[in-house]
Design a binder for this molecule. Structure first.
Ligand SMILES: [Zn+2]
Length: 90
């Protein structure tokens, strides 16, 4: 009967070892956020004229009436200025 007890004890040790190992192991399913293709700190702005989103460093910045506006191109900036002139004149 001595051998049986030894086997039983060994099995208990083995199970304990497996449980401990499972608890120590790093969690396998931590999701790395896939919906973040942008670099850290990079800010996107929206062109108010054509509605396009672009990184702020690529944008054309127009300061109008003390407010900063970001555009995808000079053409959109000009359009915005025209609209502003139009609304202030009429
Ligand atoms: Zn635009």
């Amino acid at each position: 009967m001595g051998l049986f007890r030894l086997l039983f004890f060994g099995l208990l040790l083995y199970i304990g070892y497996r449980v401990l190992k499972a608890m120590m192991a790093p969690k396998p399913g931590t999701p790395t956020n896939p919906a973040a293709p942008r670099h850290d700190g990079e800010e996107t702005v929206q062109d108010p004229i054509c509605g396009v989103y672009l990184p702020r460093e690529d944008a054309v910045i127009g300061t109008l009436e003390g407010k900063r506006h970001y555009f995808c191109s000079m053409a959109c900036l000009e359009k915005f200025r025209e609209q502003l002139d139009h609304t202030t004149h009429s």
